[in-house]
Design a protein around this ligand. Sequence first.
Ligand code: MTE
Length: 329
Amino acid sequence: MVFFHSRPSWQLSESQVTPERMFWQRRRFMKSLIGAGVGLAAASAGSCQRSKAMDADLSLTLGEPLTGATLNSAFTDAGRPPTDQAFASSYNNYYEFGGSKNIWPAAQALPTDPWTLEVTGLVKTPTTFDLDDLTQRFALEERIYRFRCVEAWAMVVPWIGFPMKALMAAVEPTSEAKFVKFTSYYDPEVCPGPGLVSVRGLPWPYTEGLTVAEMANDLAFFAVGIYGRTLPKQHGAPIRMVTPWKYGFKGAKAIVKIEFVAEQPATYWNTLAPDEYKFEANVDPEVPHPRWSQAKERLLGASTAQFAWEEQPTVIYNGYGEYVAGLYA
Ligand code: MTE
């Protein structure tokens, strides 16, 4: 993304390919957990079986089993096999916790319990939900979605959560509401940021936005889980946005506030670099990023090695045109 990477993310930095350095980073992380007396539940055999490549330390971060979700039959086949979790959950963008893809150890500092999500603004029923309210009030479903980062890497992940329109129905936006602003958790004491001197004054907290019509679309989803378990912190626990026809930066993690508003809200990336990261940000092979083409994408973990990328053509709306093209006609 802008300012943090002088090269596309799929050109790997040394720290991402040096197994020895990774090994020591993980040892330090485990030591800090033990030092702090943190008792993380051991990962289930189930999650370990998903990948022989799963690092034992990474598996400790993967959340609790999340049962009772129904597989949504419209979203069982994303046209590609799901990405191995060992790759999806160790190659992340979460700039509150660092500027590299290897933020999963640092993201474990995110405090997620207790958690409240305030829904406010132009709604008839402003409501503050805690996590139990959200997971008990809205029927949980599993959806296998394609995911496309603006940096041109892609994956397929099984999310668990509920449609955004279910939450809209609960709070009843008024007719004046045209846009929705989503705000991520941020505490400067907890979130070190990307750690570069050159990026002082970033527009924290991370914010994103949708139109009310986009939020009401069938595809728009709030995820509270992934791969059959609660969301790992590196993916934005305990609740994040998922809008699979848009570039991944639209999917704000660890959401604490949702506001229905009349005007298009300022958002994090659009504020930092409006020419590079548009508010709409729909996946489109014909519209290059100013610094690279979007015609092709690289599948994360397409082979047994995380960085053995496979190139595929990018598809308009990430393949979800039948659901969303009408929004932009
Ligand atoms: N949300 C917050 N709060 N902070 C971030 O840095 N990065 C975004 C998005 N949501 C980001 C965020 C970007 S650029 C991408 S590509 C996706 O999260 C990555 O999601 P993943 O790490 O779960 O794959």
